[in-house]
Design a protein around this ligand. Structure first.
Ligand code: PXP
Length: 242
């Protein structure tokens, strides 16, 4: 039996829908509490430079409401470091961020940015915030994580999720090898990006992987799990009023 696999639910896209109207609904905190009730071990949220998902005030509200770990995804900038040090989430996952991208595209080039990352990782480590580096499944990037003293790496599963057939199988092997290498070096491997009901099982079966972070698919799938109930309730209230 492998060790238990934790699930971190990323609630960014609840915030995206809320932000489309600028009000309070749907509330990411309410979604986070529902995720915990359903079996999530932690909540993940990405404070982007452009605040297109969660906003600064969401972090304080999530921290106050949750009794499970909050994993704050952040770019390695002074602004985000200051925010993380102020709120002290359980974990901070350092991701690459480009303003024009639709979602995080590709892993962090930790090996190419050691000097930029070193003080950020050190300050987060000093504040007892568990640092994770969101990297490609690559031995060079894991060596950089070791050099930086990051206790966790999150292996990018985006390419795996989008490939098919032999190419997907090769990417899966790369992720499994990277997870084993990370664990051998005392780093806890996590994985995430693009995971769905159809592609999660082979990643979940990698024995060293301790946590998966999943967002977009779960929020999208919730439409199909919940749209019928919300329309029926509206229909009921309309009928009651007549
Ligand atoms: N892990 C990291 C580091 C991410 O940046 C994201 C996307 O925000 C995820 C996991 C979740 O990816 P998805 O929304 O595709 O499930």
């Amino acid at each position: 039996m492998s060790a238990p696999l934790r699930l971190g639910v990323n609630i960014d896209h609840v915030a995206t829908i809320r932000n489309a109207r600028g009000g309070e609904h749907p509330d990411p905190v309410k979604a986070a509490l529902l995720a915990v009730k359903a079996g999530a071990h932690g909540i993940t949220a990405h404070l982007r430079e452009d605040r297109r998902h969660i906003r600064d005030e969401d972090i304080a509200m999530l921290m106050a409401a949750l009794d499970v770990p909050l994993n704050l995804e952040m770019a390695a900038t002074q602004e985000m470091l200051d925010i993380a040090l102020r709120h002290k989430p359980h974990a901070a996952c350092i991701v690459p961020e480009k303003r024009e991208e639709r979602t995080t595209e590709g892993g962090l080039d930790a090996a190419g940015q050691i000097d930029v990352l070193r003080p950020v990782v050190a300050k987060l480590n000093d504040a007892d915030i568990r640092v994770s580096l969101f990297i490609e499944a690559d031995a060079t990037q894991i060596a950089a994580a070791v050099e930086l003293g990051a206790p966790v790496v999150e292996l990018h599963t985006g390419a795996y999720a989008h490939l098919e057939g032999a190419a997907r199988a090769a990417e899966l092997r790369r992720i499994a090898d990277a997870a084993a290498l990370a664990a051998k070096n005392g780093i806890e491997p996590h994985a995430g990006h693009g995971l769905t009901f159809d592609n999660v099982a082979p990643i979940a079966a990698i024995p060293q992987v301790a946590e998966l972070n999943i967002g977009h698919f779960l929020i999208g799938e919730a439409i199909f799990g919940g749209l019928e109930a919300s329309i029926r309730e509206m229909r009921r209230q309309m009928d009651l009023a007549r």
